[in-house]
Design a binder for this molecule. Structure first.
Ligand code: FAD
Length: 459
C-alpha cells in the first residue's frame, strides 16, 4: 500500500452541522484544545484545525486546560510540563498566535468556546483520558474532531488489540511498504495564513503563577525538569542521533551507559512527535533498525494495547497463560517480601535494584534494561502478582517523568507476561520470563551503574 501520512488520522466525534451549513459571523472561530501534543511543529491536530479555519475563513484559537486534579502527580511532572508550555507559547507568539492557558472549572468550556464553530482535540488512548475528555466536551453544541498523532494512526494499523510485537510489526511494515518514510511537516507557514483570535490571556504569567505554587519534590535533580519543551526535545534527540544512533543497540541494552536517548519524557508530553524524530534520520535507514523497533513498533504496540483494552492498568489484561502460571505459583515461598515503602526508598537487600530506584527518585528515569530488572524483582518480592503490578505502577507513575503513558502500563505488564511467551517454569515466576542479578554481573560492569547512584545521599 502507498504510504499516506493522513490516512485515518482524523475522526469525527460530532458533526451536528455540515461545514457548508455553518452559521458564520465575524466572531466565529475554530478552536484547537491542545492536550497530549504540546508542540507547534509536527502537530497533526493543530494542522487540521488551522486548515479548517483557513477553509472557513475564520479566526483560530489554541488553548490548554490545566486541571491540577487531573495531574494528580508529583510537582516534578507539572514543572516539566508547564515549563514546556511556556516555550510553546513563545513559539506561537513569534508566529502571530498565542497559547490560551486556562485552569479547569465546570463552566469553563462554555465560556471559552462561545462563538467557536468547530473544535479539534488530540486523540486519547486510555480509558481514563477518554472519559475525562468526554466529560469536558459534554453539552457542547459544536462540531468536534479528534486527531491521531502517532507515526501510524492506531486505527490504521489495526482494528483490534494485537497479541504481540510480531503481529503488530507485520501489519505495520505492510502499511509502510517495508520502508521508512520521512515526512517534513512545519506548520509555521499555515500559522501565518490564519489569524489568531486576540483576547486578554497572559499565558506566561498564568503558567508562572502555577509553577510558583509547586514545591519541587525533594529527591529530584532540579536541572532535569527545567530541560523541557520542544526546543530542548529537538536538541536532545539531535545530539543522540549524532553521537549514539549507530551504537543504539549497545547503549539501550547496557546499563553501564546510565541512560539511552531519554527522549521518552518529551514524547510523553508531546513536546516532540515520532514523525519529527524520524524526519531527522537518513531515509536509507532500515525500518528494522533497533531504534525504530522501539520507537515505532514497541511504542505504538503500547498505544494499540491501551486503546483497545480497558483493563490496561491491571492484571485482567494479562494473557491467559500468564494468569494461569502466576496463579499456580501464588503460594510459592518468597525469600524476600517488601512493603511499598521499602521499595519506594530503595531499602531492599539488592544493591542493583536499589540503584535503579535511586536513579528513578533522583532523575525521574531508569535505564531501559534496568526497568526490566526493576519490574521483575517487584514480581518476585511481593506477596502476589496483583500486589506487584499495583506497586510497580504506583512507583513508575509517581516518579518516572515518562510515567502514566501507554508505555508505562505495557512496560510493567510485560514483566508479568504481556506481549511475551512462556519460558522454562520456575518458582514464583512460573513460566514468566525470569531475570536475576547473576545476569547483570555476567553481562555488564554493573558496579559502575551501582556506584553512579548508590553514593547519592537521599535522606
Ligand atoms: C517496568 C517498565 C516500565 C516502563 N515504564 C515506562 C514509562 O513509564 N514510560 C515510557 O515511556 N516507557 C516505559 N517503559 C519502556 C522503556 O523502558 C522506555 O520507553 C525507555 O527506557 C525510555 O528511555 P529512552 O527514551 O532513553 O529510550 P530509548 O532506548 O532511547 O528509546 C527511544 C524511544 O523508543 C521507545 N521505547 C524504547 N524502549 C521501549 C519499550 N520497551 N517499549 C516501548 N517503547 C520503547 C520510547 O518511546 C523511547 O523513548 C517501561 C519499561 C519497563 C520494562
Amino acid at each position: 500500500m502507498i504510504f499516506d501520512q493522513n490516512f485515518k488520522r482524523l475522526e469525527v466525534i460530532k458533526e451536528s452541522v455540515k461545514l457548508e451549513d455553518l452559521n458564520i459571523n465575524n466572531k466565529s472561530f475554530v478552536g484547537y484544545w491542545m492536550s497530549s501534543n504540546q508542540r507547534v511543529n509536527y502537530n497533526y491536530s493543530l494542522n487540521e484545525s488551522l486548515k479548517l479555519a483557513k477553509k472557513l475563513k475564520v479566526k483560530h484559537k489554541i488553548f490548554f486546560i490545566y486541571d491540577a486534579k487531573q495531574y494528580n502527580s508529583l510537582p516534578r511532572h507539572r514543572n516539566f510540563m508547564l515549563n514546556g508550555l511556556k516555550e510553546v507559547n513563545n513559539q506561537l507568539t513569534s508566529l502571530g498566535h498565542q497559547l490560551y492557558f486556562y485552569t479547569y472549572s465546570e463552566s469553563l468550556m462554555k465560556s471559552i468556546l462561545k462563538n467557536c464553530i468547530s473544535l479539534v482535540v488530540d486523540l486519547t488512548y486510555t480509558n481514563r483520558a477518554k472519559k475525562y475528555q468526554k466529560n469536558v466536551l459534554k453539552n457542547l453544541n459544536l462540531n468536534i474532531y479528534s486527531v491521531d498523532n502517532l507515526y501510524l494512526p492506531v486505527k490504521r494499523v489495526s482494528d483490534k488489540q494485537e497479541y504481540s510485537a510480531a503481529t503488530l510489526r507485520k501489519k505495520y511494515y505492510k502499511e509502510l511498504d517495508n520502508k521508512l518514510h520521512i515526512h517534513k511537516f512545519e506548520i509555521s507557514s499555515l500559522l501565518k495564513e490564519v489569524n489568531s483570535l486576540k483576547t486578554e490571556n497572559c499565558c506566561t504569567d498564568l503558567i508562572n503563577k502555577e509553577i510558583n505554587f509547586l514545591k519541587i519534590d525533594k529527591f529530584i535533580d532540579k536541572k532535569i525538569i527545567n530541560i523541557s519543551g520542544p526546543l530542548s526535545a529537538e536538541k536532545v534527540i539531535e545530539n543522540f542521533i549524532d553521537l549514539n544512533f549507530n551504537n543504539y543497540e549497545e547503549i539501550s541494552s547496557n546499563p553501564e551507559y546510565i541512560e539511552s536517548s531519554t527522549i521518552s519524557r518529551f514524547l510523553h508530553y508531546g513536546q516532540i512527535a515520532p514523525t519529527q524524530i524520524i524526519s531527522k534520520l537518513n531515509k536509507n535507514i532500515s525500518i528494522e533498525h533497533p531504534f525504530l523497533e522501539q520507537l515505532l513498533i514497541r511504542r505504538e504496540l503500547a498505544y494499540n494495547f491501551t486503546f483497545y483494552n480497558d483493563n490496561y492498568n491491571n492484571h485482567k489484561s494479562l494473557p491467559n497463560w500468564a494468569l494461569d502460571t502466576l496463579d499456580t505459583h501464588l503460594k510459592d515461598k518468597r525469600e524476600y517480601i517488601y512493603e511499598l515503602s521499602d521499595f519506594e526508598f530503595a531499602q531492599t537487600h539488592d544493591k542493583y535494584w536499589n540503584a535503579a530506584q535511586i536513579q528513578l527518585l533522583t532523575t525521574g528515569y531508569i535505564h531501559g534494561y534496568m526497568r526490566m530488572y526493576w519490574g521483575k524483582k517487584i514480581l518476585e518480592w511481593t506477596p502476589g502478582y496483583k500486589d506487584g503490578i499495583e506497586i510497580a505502577l504506583y512507583l513508575n507513575n509517581k516518579y518516572q517523568l515518562d510515567g502514566r503513558n501507554p508505555n508505562s502500563y505495557v512496560g510493567i505488564l510485560w514483566c508479568f507476561g504481556l506481549h511475551d511467551r512462556a519460558w522454562r517454569e520456575r518458582s514464583i515466576y512460573g513460566k514468566i520470563r525470569y531475570m536475576n542479578d547473576n545476569g547483570l554481573r555476567r553481562k555488564f560492569d554493573i558496579e559502575r551503574y551501582v556506584n553512579f547512584f548508590n553514593q547519592r545521599d537521599l535522606f
